[in-house]
Design a protein. Structure first.
Length: 151
């Protein structure tokens, strides 16, 4: 069995071979140990198992790189959260002096998309109460003519 990397599907540089009896395994070890393969000496030895001591159920193993066998038993790569989403906070809760007014076009335009649609709570981070107040103020500003219906 050739050990391969899960993600890249490339060979890790070692393999496991199971023999029918110990005599065949000893002959293979003598024949192939330190024999060059692709210009590099090949190391062939008995499988020591995960613990590193004693002979396990498979009596023989072949390995190009003995150091990589130790890395075989490390846990798989854990997913890391590279971009942490910033929690949106309601600007009216952060600064209590701010109020919603239909005449404040610069404030209302922050909650309207490029196409003139009112952005959802999920996009703006407003509370339901403040989202209703903003929506009402935007509609009022549009009906009075302070804000366009479409941009």
């Amino acid at each position: 069995v050739i050990a391969t990397d899960r993600e890249s599907k490339k060979s890790k540089g070692f393999a496991f071979v199971e023999m029918s009896n110990d005599d065949d395994a000893a002959k293979v070890i003598e024949a192939f140990n330190n024999k060059p393969l692709n210009g590099r000496p090949m190391k062939v030895c008995h499988d020591r198992g995960k613990g590193g001591g004693g002979v396990s159920s498979s009596p023989s193993s072949r390995s190009d790189k003995p150091e990589q066998r130790k890395r075989e038993y490390l846990p798989p790569i854990q997913r890391m959260q590279l971009f942490r989403r910033r929690k949106k906070l309601d600007p009216f809760l952060e600064d209590p002096s701010k109020t919603v007014d239909y005449k404040d076009i610069s404030l209302l335009s922050k909650f309207v998309s490029e196409r003139g649609r009112i952005l959802s709570r999920r996009m703006t981070g407003l509370t339901a109460y403040n989202q209703r107040k903003i929506a009402k103020a935007i509609k009022r500003a549009q009906s009075v003519g302070l804000m366009p219906y479409q941009r």
